[in-house]
Design a binder for this molecule. Structure first.
Ligand SMILES: [Zn+2]
Length: 206
């Protein structure tokens, strides 16, 4: 019988990739992957497209460099550009793409029992010191927000959340959800990276 301790093998090092612009290494899931697919340079949102990947940091200045000439130098043949510049790419492809991945990541977390839904199961996990982070709906009442933030502080946990109660409920085919909770793991790491990127890029749009 499979048990929850199945993946208790020593933690594998997260795969690293190098940014084509600043040359620094980062965790693969934290970098954006581009790939030449059918003679077109594509943004590979899920990191799954076949072909050689080019990685770029999820940072405005690295994306600017990539679109300003970095890709051209690497992609020798006449692959068409996916966007005329970094700004257009960030607005029209990256932010909507990251938002989509965000939902997929939550769903995968729920399906694999790494994401808990609703106050009861989240609080239980927090009490048992199993929780990695609270996800609080943006339209949670002030009192609920304060309650979870206080609990999080006490336990030294993070609080995040980008969407409203209706979004978090509908995603799982359920009624509105004020709070979700992540258990530690790779999906949680990916989720936090996604949420940070979305926040950062959306801020530059304002
Ligand atoms: Zn970079």
């Amino acid at each position: 019988m499979p048990t929850e301790t199945q993946n208790s093998t020593p933690e594998k090092k997260a795969p690293q990739r190098r940014c084509i612009c600043c040359r620094s290494n980062g965790k693969k899931h934290a970098l954006l992957r581009f790939v030449v697919f059918q003679n077109t340079l594509c943004f590979d949102l899920r990191g799954k497209l076949p072909g050689r990947g080019f990685y770029v940091c999820a940072q405005g200045h690295c994306l600017e460099k990539a679109f300003a000439g970095g890709f051209k130098r690497l992609v020798k043949h006449e692959a068409t550009e996916i966007a005329p510049n970094a700004e257009t790419f960030i607005r029209d492809m990256l932010i909507p793409g990251l938002r989509k991945r965000y939902g997929e990541c939550l769903l995968a977390g729920y399906q694999s029992h790494q994401l808990l839904l609703g106050a009861d199961s989240v609080e239980k996990a927090a009490q048992e010191d199993r929780l990695a982070c609270y996800v609080i709906a943006t339209d949670a009442s002030e009192s609920s927000r304060q309650k979870y933030q206080l609990n999080a502080e006490r336990k030294g946990l993070e609080c995040c959340g980008l969407c409203d109660r209706a979004f978090y409920g509908k995603l799982f085919g359920k009624s509105d959800k004020v709070v979700l909770g992540w258990l530690p793991g790779q999906l949680y790491e990916e989720f936090i990276t996604l949420e940070d990127s979305i926040r950062k890029f959306e801020e530059t749009q304002r």
